[in-house]
Write a protein that binds this ligand. Structure first.
Ligand SMILES: C[S@@+](CC[C@H](N)C(=O)[O-])C[C@H]1O[C@@H](n2cnc3c(N)ncnc32)[C@H](O)[C@@H]1O
Length: 265
């Protein structure tokens, strides 16, 4: 596990950020582009079924885990750095009546609290880009999945140089710590022991998410104008401008969202 003071700070900052109500206002319940539709597609690509025990690394509030269990009848364990997210996830699974299929555990992607070869498949959504040490996270996923077990993740990709303000916006609003190209990600996964990759461009979902964030910023602006919301130092206009810049970077291919699936060699 990479646990230098700086790396620990990044993980805590990211976990705390995704616990906040503000992020729920901006992103909704599912904290990744494509929401549950893309989660379902990931489940289909991996061919999940009732015999599977799946690990969701950085599961957030457990929304995807519950959805996959309901959709594919698989068993699923979610792990997240945030204790608070884990509590919310457990309650969500209980409310949805799937606690017999779904469990959650606090843990670090770079030091997963599971035995070797525990799972038939491992997924991670919009989280790999936030891990300070992606090589170690990939090795951990390879360790806990069975031989021939599947990996599937969807994540932010960056191809080329980002303007400074967008880079700092991404690190601030999405905790992105060095998103790479799809080729970077497959190289890291291959080195960790995965093979037979399927790579799908899912950038339309990222566009859709940024547009949804812009719409929500307009609603937030209205609520601030009516005195119903106090955002402190947050500048909604700046947020709208950066969102517009992000749309342009998605169109020109600099920012993207990619699904990568493979199997443990
Ligand atoms: C963008 S959210 C994605 C959550 C969830 N996968 C989803 O799509 O709704 C990123 C999540 O990564 C978690 N996280 C960040 N660093 C982590 C780490 N090192 N180990 C485990 N979880 C981590 C955060 O707590 C947060 O829940």
């Amino acid at each position: 596990m990479s646990d230098s003071a700086v790396d620990r700070e990044i993980k805590i900052c990211c976990a705390t950020f995704y616990e906040s109500e503000a992020i729920r206002m901006l992103l909704g319940e599912s904290f990744h582009p494509g929401g549950l539709a893309l989660t379902y597609h990931l489940g289909e690509v991996l061919g999940l079924n009732e015999a599977d025990h799946v690990l969701d690394v950085a599961c957030g509030r457990g929304v995807s885990a519950v959805h996959l269990a309901k959709s594919f009848s698989c068993h699923i364990t979610g792990a997240d750095y945030s204790h608070q997210n884990i509590d919310v996830a457990r309650n969500h699974a209980a409310e949805q009546g799937v606690s017999h299929l779904v469990g959650f555990r606090q843990g670090d992607a770079e030091g997963l609290p599971f035995h070797d070869r525990t799972f038939g498949a491992v997924i991670s959504e919009c989280s790999f880009c936030t891990f300070p040490n992606k090589e170690i996270a990939a090795e951990e996923m390879a360790r806990v999945v069975c031989k021939n077990g599947r990996i599937g993740f969807t994540d932010m990709t960056v191809n080329g140089a980002l303007p400074d303000e967008i880079r700092s916006m991404l690190s601030w609003v999405a905790c992105v710590t060095g998103a790479g190209t799809p080729e970077n990600y497959t190289r890291i996964l291959e080195k960790a022991g995965f093979t037979d990759f399927v790579v799908e461009n899912q950038k339309d979902w990222l566009l859709e998410m940024v547009r949804a964030v812009r719409r929500r910023l307009l609603a937030i602006e209205l609520a601030v104008g009516l005195g119903k919301l106090d955002l402190g130092d947050l500048d909604v206009n700046e947020g709208k401008r950066l969102a517009q810049n992000a749309v342009e970077l998605i169109y020109d291919g600099t920012l993207g969202y990619t699904l990568i699936a493979g199997r443990r060699a």
